[in-house]
Design a protein around this ligand. Structure first.
Ligand code: ADP
Length: 172
């Protein structure tokens, strides 16, 4: 059985991520979507919430499992029996970093390869951080987020806005 792992922050899962999940699930027997920790990012949703949101939008794809891990990706893949890491490749910006990570992961775990799926043109410039920025200005997000999670996202944006205002009002 060919098991692939699709790792990322997914904060939150976007339509671009979902497109990669659907395509990878068509290629492999099983796809494990794994929410990983990125120490450089301050997430909007907790790890558990991100897992729940991905589970909700992938509920109709039977060979997708959603998990989370704080392990090194190459070790996680070894433990789960994954032979391929799936990555989405957007316009130029992703390449350098992803190429470096693919080489390192292969060195740590020589049984592991990385496969890149090119982003669909309509999602080429879409990232979770763009969605968060657009969301804070009240832009319609239906082209960027799976419809099932838009209410959760909007609720979180409002909560954040209110706590920021409170903080700014309290400053001397
Ligand atoms: P981001 O916060 O930039 O969206 P993630 O760490 O959540 O990044 O992304 C996980 C993986 O999904 C990465 O391989 C990334 O290149 C890929 N990805 C992110 N957004 C898209 C998109 N719009 N289309 C295709 N792949 C994407």
């Amino acid at each position: 059985m060919k098991i692939a792992i699709y790792p990322g922050s997914f904060d939150p899962v976007t339509s671009g991520h979902l497109n990669i999940i659907q395509r990878a699930a068509n290629i492999f027997d099983k796809l494990i979507v794994c929410v990983m920790i990125n120490p450089g990012k301050h997430p909007m949703f907790t790890r558990r919430e991100r897992v729940e949101l991905i589970r909700r939008v992938t509920a109709g794809i039977p060979n997708v499992e959603v998990d989370s891990s704080t392990e090194l990706l190459a070790e996680y893949a070894r433990r789960r029996g994954g032979c391929v890491i799936v990555k989405g490749l957007r316009a130029g910006s992703d390449f350098e970093n992803e190429f470096q990570m693919a080489l390192i992961n292969h060195k740590i775990n020589p049984d592991l390869d990385t496969m890149f799926l090119t982003a669909e043109s309509q999602y080429m410039y879409l990232s979770s951080s763009t969605v968060k920025e657009l969301g804070s200005y009240g832009v319609d997000l239906s082209d960027f987020l799976p419809s099932d999670i838009i209410p959760d996202f909007q609720e979180r944006i409002e909560k954040r806005k209110n706590s920021k205002e409170e903080y700014e009002n309290e400053r001397p």
